[in-house]
Design a protein. Structure first.
Length: 468
């Protein structure tokens, strides 16, 4: 009987120690992540409504004329004259005969959007693509306007947030039969119980959605996205260019290639051979010939028609629909004004399709409006969790310390938790590297310095109990 009670006591002690250890990791992940979670949730919430916001911002150019339109090539020439030194990057097929023509002009890695009255050829508005409101929100969300460095920081924060959510689910997991405080908050309570329930219950309802949003956003990140691109090229051996960019640096590189003239030996189909050493001159009147064929294909808008470039040395068109599962690519014959080839989303490599669906869900456009509602609910839930976690921490934080749960010496790691950390460290390399750095820093330095050790809660529980 005594031995049985001893074993039970040891098992309970082991579970308490494991719980405390997970709580500690959850706490430190939160200290690092919460500012970034708040940032990503707020910027992501705004970007979710891009399909509604952008048409509203462009409402002044939705109906500018009732007169017959001039040829598309003339519209392009008017735009080029308004922004000297640029080349045609893409012409957007008109959404209606009354709307302003939208023409993208390029110079190096920069894009400029020009709005032209299609009947009078009057330039209505000129704006850099990177200065448009939703592009600014996009860069704020994905890399905090800090380029590659910001992308790495956001990826690191997203990786730690995944660990934060997984440990939070374990800590929340009900160990009794009560539903209050587990599946619904006890709003009648006050103080710590109220904030704890608000944090934990909101977490359980949004964590799975949040985990999906975090994972589906990783292909854009500099480190993880680069590794995924390498794996894609190795596995698929696909000549099809991937349909997503990896940070703004990769995007600028692609833009620069699409603004550069085609190679000397390449020219758009049907125009014959070139003399060696002579750069091809782009005939913009080809746009007038291919435009009807592109419109007849009924691609999901917006549809961008691009001239030959270093990126693709033929006339081409593509759907740039927010819902990537609706996108298609066309290869065009500018002489006969016909479509040579069409590649739909279903024909793309499997990995591209999976990522395309993930990106569409991430941006709230795969199954509107429910997708937007769920994503907005998740973003608001993350904001609620961040605020409630901050209040809980501030209320329980002892004076002079960070307020982390006290550790034990030596720390006892549960096997399942170690396995989880190893798996996450392999799947999320930045997380794995940063976890190793944290462990080494804690063991080699912080535990040896009394001040930081006390402030960070590294003083073992036994020492705290012995302290008078």
């Amino acid at each position: 009987m005594g031995m049985s009670m001893t074993r039970t006591h040891r098992a309970d002690s082991h579970r308490r120690n494991a719980y405390r250890l997970l709580w500690r990791w959850h706490f430190y992940a939160g200290v690092f992540c919460l500012p970034f979670v708040l940032w990503l949730a707020c910027t992501g919430l705004i970007y979710l409504f891009k399909p509604q916001v952008e048409p509203w911002l462009d409402r002044a150019y939705a109906h500018v004329t009732d007169a017959p339109a001039k040829p598309a090539s003339a519209q392009v020439e008017a735009a080029l004259a308004a922004v000297p030194g640029t080349v045609l990057n893409a012409y957007e097929a008109p959404a209606s005969p009354h709307a302003a023509a939208r023409i993208l002009l390029g110079k190096g890695s920069e894009l400029t959007r020009v709005y032209v009255d299609p009947s009078s050829l009057r330039v209505l508005h000129v704006v850099r693509e990177s200065d448009r409101f939703m592009r600014i929100i996009f860069y704020l969300h994905g890399e905090m306007m800090l380029g590659t460095t910001g992308s790495m920081v956001v990826e690191l924060a997203a990786s730690w947030t995944i660990l934060l959510l997984l440990t939070g689910l374990y800590l929340w997991w009900p160990r009794g039969r009560r539903l209050a405080g587990v599946f619904y908050p006890r709003l009648g309570q006050s103080g710590r119980v109220f904030w704890r329930d608000l944090h934990a219950v909101t977490g359980v309802w949004v964590s799975f959605f949040a985990l999906f949003l975090l994972v589906s956003g990783l292909p854009w990140a500099k480190s993880w996205g680069g590794l995924l691109r390498d794996a894609r090229q190795y596995m698929a051996h696909a000549a099809v260019v991937q349909d997503w960019t990896i940070g703004s640096a990769d995007e600028r590189k692609r833009i620069a290639a699409s603004n550069a003239p085609p190679d000397e030996h390449a020219m758009h189909m049907g125009m014959g051979a070139m003399h060696v050493g002579v750069r091809p001159m782009i005939d913009y009147t080809a746009l007038d010939r291919v435009l009807p064929a592109v419109i007849a294909e009924r691609l999901a808008p917006p549809v961008l028609i691009a001239p030959p470039s270093a990126k693709k040395p033929v006339w081409s068109a593509r759907s740039d629909a927010d819902n990537r599962s609706l996108r298609s690519d066309l290869t065009l014959d500018p002489v006969q004004g016909r479509v040579i080839q069409r590649v739909d989303f279903a024909q793309r490599p499997l990995l591209d399709r999976l990522i395309g669906y993930g990106v569409a869900v991430h941006e709230g456009v795969l199954f509107p409006p429910l997708n937007q509602i769920l994503s907005a609910f998740t973003a608001l839930g993350l904001i609620t969790m961040t605020v409630s976690a901050t209040v809980l921490w501030w209320r329980r934080r002892p004076v002079g310390t960070l307020g982390a749960p006290a550790t034990q010496h030596p720390p006892r790691y549960a096997g399942g938790f170690v396995l989880l950390l190893c798996l996450l460290g392999v799947v999320l390399p930045l997380l794995g590297a940063s976890m190793l750095l944290v462990l080494l820093l804690e063991r080699a330095l912080l535990r040896r310095l009394p001040g930081p050790r006390h402030f960070l809660g590294l003083t073992p529980v036994a020492e705290l109990k012995a302290t008078p």
